[in-house]
Structures are given as structure tokens and as C-alpha cells.
Design a binder for this molecule. Structure first.
Ligand code: B3K
Ligand code: ZN
Length: 876
């Protein structure tokens, strides 16, 4: 595979104005007739360039220029391209291809899922359908005619509006769709199958009625309400917050069982992984409901940030993904608790994105090179990209940010642009200079902020020194300091918010109690006046930048911040830091070492406090995950970390048994099931209490779990009870519950996925022999990415003690599965291998075994480009 570089970007030699497609869909294959109106690009430097069209696994049946068939000597098929050397300045090109969707296991291009035809074209799937200049800066108007058997495919969908339909011979029929908006090929979508629709209407701010439809298999007809309601909330929100109205008259969502990712924003026809759209009280957890709301919104928001304004090339992927994640994250914050949403985002960043930034695949938000673009749909592009947009929002403030986004949409509507165009619009609208800020797009790695402080009681001055350092990453050393917004507060001895006066003559009355310091140099010292005693600093409030903060907090300070910081995020953060410190101090310590009593007391206070926002309390009660503890450690010894965390958990559960039982009952008051933040928090608290009780094999806890499992009227409680039992030593109850659950839900693939996950993530029920048994289970399906993720992905990503078994069996297992999958679905294989790529981080005993497994994958014959890139970069 070869490396593609941003520095080698050139504009396309040819442009396409219109695309006329005719799909003939059959059981044994599909024939695609494509007619393009092509013209030379006046901006191209190469005025004599041949026409080059991308193609992958196509059987070419015909090529015609202006209606005349081309003889074979007048074009060349290279395996990846169709090249026609001599062409006029403007012409009509017809290409006919034959493909086999029924045998397409890569799930790119046109494929079949549970009998229905569907597409996935981002990033480079359109070339698996027909020869085409498959790059996002070639934008065209599409007209698509779909022909198929009427009985098996009564529903025929594509982008835009249906303009014609009718019957054909032999029981076939057709529908023609027209999309008035020029789009890149990656936004093409097509669906054909036996589906039912759920409809609704949305009236836009300007009074247009939009026809909303969700298409699902008939058995799922009752599971669309939540997605429809979420869609309408997102449409309203985008009008109110960004002034963006929907543009077509119809907006469709289709649920598909076999899908490589979460969802896809095809123009007017979003295609979703079933697990990201279908939900009912009985089958989906609160977490799933929240996830669906945010993904529906994300894909909808792409209509402006992605579709109307798209990416010039794939190096600019974060232009649409970072911005759209920022938009969906703000939306979710507005729909629920902003603090809790911020905690969730920061947790993902600090646990997984920081790890990516520190690993062999680290890359900037705007990468400079790639081999396989599918490998770059990463947490860095998405989540760090969103943080970068959030920092612009913080630096500009909401009004100027909105001016900037308005300018961006207005200036670039209908264009394919770069992240730099985005930043430029923000600069032009605000008058701020973001030149140094642009380094966030160019430099990889997580900045580290070393914070130190001192206090001068005589002068009443508190000094805060912040140094930044950006670690080396593959191919990047000696980085320049970045522009970092650092939100700060200072607390007095009683927890009061102190006025921040950087100037000795300032007046305390008008001084702010929170401030965003702007770091631009390698080292800054800030002075705060009028402070007779040393304050406790509240650093990087709201996680105002995606950085690591290193400051020598004392446990007293953390306990204090946990209960006094007015910033909810930093209250949570202080609790996490305290728990991390306690767990870390036990790693490798002698058995029976004392466990910090202040931690127990802090948790006791939390459990008893019903005045605090209960959603925040529920978050604060979650101990830092093993994955996070591993991320924080140098040369982690996984077994030792696992053991230390278990010890703390058991100690907390034992010491707080009474409080846990009380918390359980207090939050179990019978009431109608509701999806409000209050009820969700109650369920979360109750299920956390239950799980802690079962960690210590408490009999009362066991009885409560068995009863809750039996009586639950919703999936959150049923799953909470099941998870608690699965993670306990009550083997008989665990098996009985697992069996009953499966019997009840075996016909529901999304629930069966949860059933696989709860076992695969458990160190009790998910040891290797049990994992292998799950792979043999009749409900497991090697062609279905969700099933693969719910067993193999969850085992390697969440069941860390088992995966990192010191005998190396977990690694060997993952290598086997990755090799096996590489032949059928390389995208999924390249994603699953991620845990092994971090081998350099681990203690040598682990690392060398991980490396051996990676080498075995490297030596597999017929390695895909996807895996090649990941494996070679991690071994290199
Ligand atoms: N844009 C798609 C992701 C496509 C991934 C292709 N390998 C979903 C999203 O981010 O909205
Ligand atoms: Zn997206």
C-alpha cells in the first residue's frame, strides 16, 4: 500500500456536473449503468491530463464516450483505475459495471444485509459500485433509477426526492430519485428492501413541512419513536442555535443490521446501524437511549456541517467530524445535564484519545499522511477535533463563535473546503488572530501542563506557574507551544469563590471568580492579588482544553474540592484524582495495606447526599476505570492494577454496605418508567449500589438483584441486575439469569448483542474458554460487525484482566480473530487490533507477548491495506 500525502494534493483534472445512475438489482448481482457529464477543470494545471476514474472489485461491461462504445485499446483498466487518455474538453461518459452485493462482506459500496440492499460509500466505497472520480472535491448532481423485484424489494430509496415510479416486466418495478444538491460521491446512498415506514412531520422555522420517515424491518416497527422524537429535537435545535434549516422536503433514516460503524449521513437518506436507532423501554438501556439521541442528531447536523459544506480531501476529515461532534455534544448537553455530558466527553478523551495520542498511530487532527483512510476515523479526528472547535468557542465566546459559524456556512455553502477555511471564517468574523491556535490541527500528542504555585502572605499574592510540554509522536519532535485556554477558579478556606485580581490595584467587587487564562508561551506565571491566605486552585475547569494537568494535589485539597468546587466538573475530577491516587498507592503494596479513610468518608457523604444533582452523584460514584488507570501508568502491570482497584471497590462496598442498601431503596420508589434525567439518575444510582453489593457477594444484594431481574419493567434495570449477578460469585444465579434472559430476547439481535457484551466484559463470565463458547453460540455471526464487537471487541477492550492474562492467551486469541476477519472485513479487523498496537506501553512481560501476536498478524498472507498500515506502524 502506498502513502498519500496532504502536501501532494492537486485539484481534480476533471469535474463532473451530473451523474445519471441506473441500478438493476438481482439476486445474483447488480448491474449499474452510469452516465457522467464531464468537463476539464479550468483550474487544473494539467490541461492534457487523461480522465482517471477510481474503481475497486468491478466487472466492467461497457465504456462509451458521447454514446459511442470505446474499444478496449482506447482505455486502460489498472485494477484500481479506469484511464481514458484522449478525451475532448466536455463529454458524456457511460460506464456499465457488474458487482455482487450478496458476496460483499467488507460492507463497503453496495451490499446486502438481512436481505436488503444498502450502501456505505464514505470514504471510498462509491468506487466499489462504479468507476468514478471518487474524491470529495468532485461534486455533482445525482439522478438515480433503481429497478428491482417488487415482491422482495417493495421499497426503493436514494438521495433527494422521488420523481418517478412505475412497474416493469417480470414482477419488477422502479423508482427514480433526484437530488438537487451537488454532492461528493461519498454521500451517495441507496436502499432496496422489504421495509415498513414510520412517519412524522417537522415544520421548519420558515414554515415548510418536512416529511420524516424511518424505514425498518417490519418486526421493528414499534422501536422508532425515540429516534423520531430525537430527530425533531435536533432539527429545532439546529435552527435555534446555528440558524440552520433543513433543505430537502423529505428526510429518511434506514436501520440496517450489518454495518461497520454507527451511522452514515448520506444526503436525505441517513443509513444507521440498527443498534443506533431502534429502542424501546423493554429492549434499550438508558445509555442506549442517550446514544441514539446523540447519533441521530450528529448525522442530522452533518446536513450542514459535512454535506452542504464538505471536505476538500480526507486530510480535512475533522472539518466535518470535529465540528459535528462539537455540535452534537452541545446538543446533548442542552437536552440533559451539561456537567454530566462534559464528564462523559472528558472521560472518553482522557481514557482513549490520550492513549491514541501516546501510541504508534498518533496523528494530528489534520493528518499529513495516510495509507488507508478508513484507519483515520479516530478519536483524534472526532473527539479531539471537537475539543479544538470547543476551544475556539471558549476563546471567542458564544456570540462571536456564532458569527463565525454563520460566515463559514455562508461563505462555503456548496463547496469542498479545508480546516483552515473554517479557522479563517472564525478569525474573520471575530477579528481574533488564531495563527498559533492552528497548531492544534498540525501537532499530534497531548500537551502536558506542569502547574506549580506559591503564596506570599505578606503581600497577599498567589503565583501560579504553568509550563507546557508536548511529547514527541511518530514523525514529530520539538513541538512549538500551543495556544491553550485554561479556565481557573480559586477557593478560599470555607470554599468561597475568590475574586481573581491579576492587577494589584484592581477592585475585588468587580473581579471575576472564574477566568480563562490564555497560555501561548512554554511557561507563564500569573499573579493574583488580595489573597491573605493560600487558596486552593480549581484548575482547567470544565476541561477547557484536551490536556493533562500535573499538579501536586494533596489528598486534603482533593477532598475539599470534591465537596466545595462550584464547578461540577472539577468536583467530579477531584474525586477521580483522589480515587486514582488511592488505587495507585495500592498497586504492588503488601496485602492488607490501609485504604485511605478519607475516600470512604467522601463516598459515604455522596451516598447520603440527596440535595446534590443526583446525576452528578451517580457519576462521582463510578471509580476510575481500569482502562484509565492503565492509561495513567508507566509500564502498567495490568494484573496488579486490576487487583488494587478490586481491593478498593471491595473495601468501599464493605464499609458502606448500609448506605448502599439505603441508597438502593431510596432510589427504587415505585413509579412509572420515565426517560427524564431524574429517573435516569435514580436507575443509575440504584444499579451502582447493587453492583457494589454483589462485588462483596452480599446476600441481601443478591436477593435484590434476583428480584430486580425478575420484576424489571425496563432494560436498564434488567441489565443492571444481570450485570451485577454476572460479576458476582453467585454462579448458579448468574447462569440462571443469563439463560432466562437469552430465552426471552433471543429473537432481538440488539438485545442479544448486549447479552454477549455483559459476559465478554466480565472477569467472572468472560474468561477465554467462555469467550470461545460465545463465538460458537448459534446467535454469533462472523458477518455481523455488532456481534464481533460485542464479543471480541468487548473482551479485548473492557475485560482487561482476562485479555492481559500473563500467559499471553488473550493476545493470541485476538490475533487469531483479527487474521480471520481480515479476509472478510478488513475495516473491522484493523479496528479490533488496536489494543495490541499499544504493546510498547506495557510492562515488558506483557509487551513482548503482545508484540509476538502483532508479528504473527504481520506475517499473515494476503494482509489487507487496512491492517498493513496499523500493524507496520505499531511494530516500526
Ligand atoms: N461519516 C460517517 C463515518 C464514515 C466512516 C467510514 N469508514 C459517520 C459519521 O461520522 O457521522
Ligand atoms: Zn460524523
Amino acid at each position: 500500500p502506498k502513502t498519500i500525502r496532504l502536501s501532494e494534493y492537486t485539484v481534480p483534472a476533471h469535474l463532473v456536473d451530473t451523474v445519471d445512475l441506473r441500478f438493476e438489482l438481482f439476486d445474483d448481482g447488480a448491474r449499474i449503468h452510469s452516465t457522467l457529464s464531464v468537463r476539464r477543470n479550468p483550474e487544473s494545471a494539467d490541461a492534457a491530463a487523461p480522465v482517471t476514474l477510481d474503481g475497486d472489485s468491478l466487472k466492467l461491461e461497457r465504456v462509451a464516450l458521447n454514446g459511442e462504445d470505446l474499444a478496449a485499446e482506447n482505455y486502460e483498466e489498472t485494477g484500481e483505475q479506469l484511464v481514458i487518455a484522449s478525451v475532448p474538453d466536455r463529454f458524456e461518459l457511460t460506464v456499465v459495471t457488474w458487482i455482487e452485493p450478496q458476496n460483499n462482506t467488507r460492507l463497503e459500496g453496495l451490499y446486502k444485509s438481512s436481505g436488503m440492499f444498502c450502501t456505505q460509500c464514505e470514504a471510498e466505497g462509491f468506487r466499489c459500485i462504479t468507476y468514478f472520480p471518487d474524491r470529495p472535491d468532485v461534486m455533482a448532481r445525482y439522478r438515480t433509477r433503481i429497478e428491482a423485484d417488487k415482491a422482495s424489494c417493495p421499497v426503493l430509496l436514494s438521495n433527494g426526492n422521488a420523481v418517478e415510479r412505475g412497474d416493469l416486466e417480470n414482477g419488477r418495478h422502479f423508482v427514480t430519485w433526484e437530488d438537487p444538491f451537488p454532492k461528493p460521491s461519498y454521500l451517495f446512498g441507496l436502499v432496496a428492501g422489504d421495509l415498513v415506514e414510520q412517519r412524522d412531520t417537522f415544520t421548519t422555522g420558515s414554515g415548510r413541512d418536512i416529511d420524516l420517515r424511518i424505514y425498518v424491518e417490519p418486526r421493528n416497527a414499534e422501536k422508532c419513536d425515540h429516534a423520531l422524537a430525537s430527530l425533531k429535537r435536533a432539527m429545532r435545535w439546529d435552527e435555534e442555535n446555528y440558524g440552520r434549516e433543513y433543505d430537502l422536503d423529505i428526510f429518511m433514516i434506514v436501520a440496517v443490521d450489518d454495518f461497520n460503524m454507527g451511522a452514515m449521513e448520506n444526503k436525505g437518506l441517513n443509513i444507521f446501524n440498527s443498534s443506533c436507532v431502534l429502542a424501546s423501554q423493554d429492549t434499550a438501556t438508558d445509555l442506549a437511549f442517550e446514544r441514539i439521541e446523540s447519533i441521530v442528531a450528529h448525522e442530522y447536523f452533518h446536513n450542514w456541517s459535512g454535506n452542504r459544506v464538505t471536505c476538500r480531501d480526507w486530510f480535512q476529515l475533522s472539518l466535518k467530524e470535529g465540528f459535528t461532534v462539537f455540535r452534537d455534544s452541545t446538543f446533548s448537553a442542552d437536552m440533559g445535564s451539561p456537567t454530566v455530558k462534559r464528564i462523559e466527553d472528558a472521560t472518553l478523551l482522557r481514557t482513549a484519545q490520550f492513549a491514541e495520542d501516546a501510541g504508534p498511530m498518533a496523528h494530528p487532527v489534520r493528518p499529513a499522511a495516510y495509507m488507508e483512510i478508513s484507519n483515520f476515523y479516530t478519536l483524534t479526528i472526532y473527539e479531539k477535533g471537537a475539543e479544538v472547535v470547543r476551544m475556539i468557542h471558549t476563546l471567542l465566546g458564544p456570540e462571536l463563535f456564532r458569527k463565525g459559524s454563520d460566515l463559514y456556512f455562508e461563505r462555503h455553502d456548496g463547496q469542498a473546503v479545508t480546516t483552515d477555511d473554517f479557522v479563517k471564517a472564525m478569525e474573520d468574523a471575530s477579528g481574533r488572530d488564531l495563527s498559533q491556535f492552528r497548531l492544534w490541527y498540525e501537532q499530534a500528542g497531548t500537551p502536558e501542563l506542569m502547574v506549580s504555585d506559591s503564596h506570599d502572605p505578606e503581600q497577599g499574592i498567589y503565583r501560579l506557574t504553568i509550563e507546557q510540554r508536548i511529547p514527541d509522536t511518530p514523525g514529530q519532535t520539538d513541538k512549538k507551544p500551543q495556544h491553550i485556554p485554561f479556565a481557573l477558579g480559586l477557593l478560599g478556606p470555607d470554599g468561597e469563590a475568590l475574586p481573581l485580581m491579576q492587577d494589584g490595584s484592581a477592585d475585588a467587587e468587580g473581579a471575576p471568580v472564574e477566568q480563562v487564562l490564555e497560555l501561548t508561551e512554554a511557561r507563564h506565571t500569573f499573579e493574583f492579588h488580595g489573597l491573605p491566605s493560600k487558596p486552593v486552585p480549581s484548575l482547567l475547569r470544565h476541561f477547557s482544553a484536551p490536556v493533562r494537568v500535573i499538579y501536586p494535589w494533596s489528598r486534603d485539597q482533593l477532598v475539599f474540592l470534591m465537596s466545595h468546587d462550584p464547578d461540577g466538573f472539577n468536583r467530579w475530577d477531584a474525586g477521580q484524582r483522589l480515587a486514582v491516587d488511592v488505587i495507585q498507592s495500592l498497586v504492588g503494596a503488601a496485602e492488607g495495606a490501609e485504604i485511605e479513610p478519607r475516600l470512604v468518608e467522601a463516598y459515604r457523604a455522596l451516598l447520603g447526599d440527596s440535595t446534590l444533582d443526583q446525576a452528578l452523584v451517580a457519576k462521582m460514584l463510578q471509580l476510575p476505570s481500569e482502562a484509565y488507570l492503565i492509561e495513567l501508568a508507566d509500564s502498567p502491570d495490568v494484573a496488579a492494577i486490576h487487583h488494587a482497584r478490586e481491593q478498593v471497590l471491595q473495601h468501599l462496598a464493605t464499609s458502606l454496605r448500609e448506605e448502599l442498601i439505603a441508597c438502593y431503596h431510596r432510589n427504587s420508589e415505585a413509579g412509572k418508567y420515565e426517560l427524564t434525567p431524574e429517573s435516569i439518575a435514580r436507575r443509575s444510582l440504584r444499579n451502582t449500589a447493587l453492583s457494589w453489593l454483589l462485588v462483596i457477594n452480599d446476600e441481601t444484594g443478591r436477593d435484590l438483584a434476583v428480584q430486580q431481574f425478575r420484576d424489571a419493567d425496563n432494560m436498564t434495570d434488567r441489565m443492571g441486575a444481570l450485570r451485577a449477578l454476572v460479576n458476582s460469585d453467585y454462579a448458579a444465579e448468574r447462569s440462571a439469569a443469563l439463560e432466562e434472559f437469552y430465552k426471552h430476547f433471543q429473537d432481538d439481535p440488539q438485545v442479544v448483542e448486549q447479552w454477549f457484551s455483559v459476559q465478554a466484559s466480565s472477569d467472572r463470565a468472560g474468561q477465554l474458554p467462555q469467550i470461545n463458547a460465545l463465538l460458537e453460540h448459534s446467535a454469533f455471526d462472523w458477518k455481523n460487525p455488532n456481534k464481533i464487537r460485542s464479543v471480541v471487541g468487548v473482551f479485548a477492550g473492557q475485560n482487561l484482566a482476562a485479555f492481559h492474562n500473563p500467559d499471553g492467551s488473550g493476545y493470541a486469541f485476538l490475533a487469531d480473530q483479527v487474521c480471520r476477519l481480515d479476509d472478510s472485513n478488513p475495516q473491522i479487523a484493523a479496528r479490533l487490533v488496536t489494543p495490541l498496537t499499544r504493546w510498547k506501553k506495557f510492562a515488558p512481560a506483557y509487551g513482548s507477548l503482545m508484540r509476538e501476536s502483532l508479528e504473527r498478524i504481520r506475517d499473515k498472507s494476503g494482509l489487507s491495506a487496512d491492517l498493513y498500515e496499523v500493524v507496520h506502524k505499531s511494530l516500526g
